[in-house]
Design a protein around this ligand. Structure first.
Ligand SMILES: Cc1cc2nc3c(=O)[nH]c(=O)nc-3n(C[C@H](O)[C@H](O)[C@H](O)COP(=O)(O)OP(=O)(O)OC[C@H]3O[C@@H](n4cnc5c(N)ncnc54)[C@H](O)[C@@H]3O)c2cc1C
Length: 287
């Protein structure tokens, strides 16, 4: 199936866009978390969101969930790790599956500004974001894993079952994985090295360790890594007043387009993006 729009992210910007796109009868594939937005969930009290007086983040998330359900919208609990242009639109890699969409809305929230030096250049050439997609390439080989969240520890285990040796780096405390072939490294990963393919990693203490591949497992993928050639200003996605990016058919809304990081801005931008997507699809249909 080819969807009218693929929405990436499940915070207020994405919710606002999804509700409007649904009213316009657009077919939507929506990726994110059933818990919607960790940021909203963490907000103790919100006092500047019209229509709901003082509200806790937990309560607002609950209201969002109810509204999504009432609208008959569904979220695929998958992380999107790559979006590439195709002849008819876009191919979106969500989890291990590829989805076709005519347009894309990036509503990613604010993401980490950049990856490790060498990460973007060697992505697909030994650098991978997806254990299940690429793990099979490393039987009996040596790999490094950067694990940015406890939620990915099962993927570390999975990779350690395939590879001969795993150098593990974490940014989330002591890992609870333990296999003989996993070496938890207390040092920090600095760069990923290689010309046409990954050959080694460099640590912050200057040590170089030869490896065949590097898995980078983070809860968020920087926008520039997600969509090749996307124009950025620092970490922010550059958009025009229609929330259109420099890539025709790709729109962005919410914290990922820059400050102020506020609910009302995210919701407003999501709404504008939805209308722009409807117009874009109508234009395309005429052609
Ligand atoms: C503690 C705290 C208090 C706050 N208080 C207020 C306040 O009082 N008033 C106010 O206006 N604002 C407040 N904010 C800011 C507000 O929460 C944000 O501006 C708002 O949530 C931004 O919405 P968003 O949709 O852009 O992104 P987010 O809410 O960050 O949602 C993005 C979602 O997309 C998901 N995602 C990202 N990348 C991918 C991917 N590749 N694949 C699948 N899913 C992905 C993320 O996991 C996340 O669930 C507060 C924020 C915090 C942290």
């Amino acid at each position: 199936m080819r969807y009218d729009v693929a929405i990436i992210g499940s915070g207020p910007a994405a919710i606002s866009a999804a509700l409007t796109l649904k009213l316009h009868n657009k077919s939507i594939i929506w990726f994110g978390s059933k818990n919607l937005s960790p940021k909203v969930e963490r907000s103790e009290m919100i006092a500047n969101y019209p229509g709901v007086k003082m509200v806790t983040g937990t309560e607002l998330n609950r209201l969002y969930r109810e509204q999504i359900e009432d609208a008959g919208l569904e979220i695929e609990e998958r992380q999107v790790t790559n979006i590439s242009s195709s002849r008819r639109g876009f191919m979106v890699l969500g989890g291990n599956d590829i989805y076709d969409a005519k347009t894309v809305l990036l509503a990613l929230g604010s993401t980490s500004p950049k990856g490790f030096p060498g990460e973007a250049e060697l992505l697909g050439h030994g650098v991978s974001y997806c254990a299940t997609c690429d793990g099979f390439l490393y039987p009996g080989r040596t790999i490094a894993i950067f694990c940015g969240s406890k939620e990915f520890e099962h993927e570390v285990n999975y990779l350690a079952e395939i590879a001969a040796k795993v150098y593990l780096f974490t940014s989330c405390g002591e890992p609870s994985v333990s296999r003989e072939n996993i070496e938890v490294n207390p040092g920090k990963l600095k760069t990923i090295q290689g010309e046409e393919k990954v050959t080694a990693i460099e640590l912050t203490d200057g040590t170089t360790v030869p490896v065949d591949g590097v898995f980078v497992l983070r809860p968020a993928v920087a926008p520039g890594m997600l969509v090749k050639g996307l124009e950025l200003n620092g970490a922010d996605i550059v958009v025009d007043r229609r929330m259109a990016t420099n890539k025709p058919g790709v729109f962005a809304a919410g914290d990922c387009t820059g400050r102020p990081y506020q609910l009302a801005k995210a919701v407003g931008e999501g709404n504008i993006a939805a209308h722009s997507i409807v117009e874009y699809l109508a234009e395309k249909e005429k052609q």
